[in-house]
Design a protein around this ligand. Sequence first.
Ligand code: GAR
Length: 216
Amino acid sequence: MKRLVVLISGSGSNLQAIMDACAKGEIAARICAVVSNKADVMGLERARQAGIEAVTLEHKTFANREAFDLALAECIEGYQPDLIILAGFMRILTDAFVNRFAGKMINIHPSLLPKYPGLDTHQRALDAGDACAGASVHFVTAELDGGPVIAQRSVNISKDDDASSLARKVLAQEHRLYPEVVKWFVDGRLSLSRGKACLDHTELPTTGKRLETDAA
Ligand code: GAR
């Protein structure tokens, strides 16, 4: 059974989707620990409810970014994970941390990368007059939200959408997208090879595999 560690900072609804897929046997893996850089967040409670070890490692108790990332890396390595899943983990990571886990760490981001790395993705899509928005899962590299994209799911933007309604629509797609990508990795179908995301030994396009777009 493959071993997963999930990093969170908040609500953990993506964590929940992955926990559910593991519980149903859709993903043949075990979540060994959920680690949060913030105390008392909903995601930690979700982990406890599922009988998963819930660890708080508060970044604000460390002298600097390097010290936190070192402690986090050591914490993660204690669980010997095959895959590290960033699910709403709102921290910029040091190069040393990222390089330590190269090829075995993925992130979900609420935009159709390479559009809108960083924050306020939904408002930026609305301001730009985009016809669609979505979410991307990518391998984590030293570039913020810039690693090779594995897969995306999109939603249509309707004229009534605001940033909150769009966030809700995209989040619902995230809950379908992330477990699917985790399953690919766990099944040995997904790898990072010479800086490219590969599925079934075939290099993916720069925007990853585009999963079916739903009507708005
Ligand atoms: C999700 O929308 C995720 O894409 C986003 O945070 C939210 C976490 O929700 N991540 C980022 O913005 C990372 N750059 P959740 O805690 O309910 O899974």
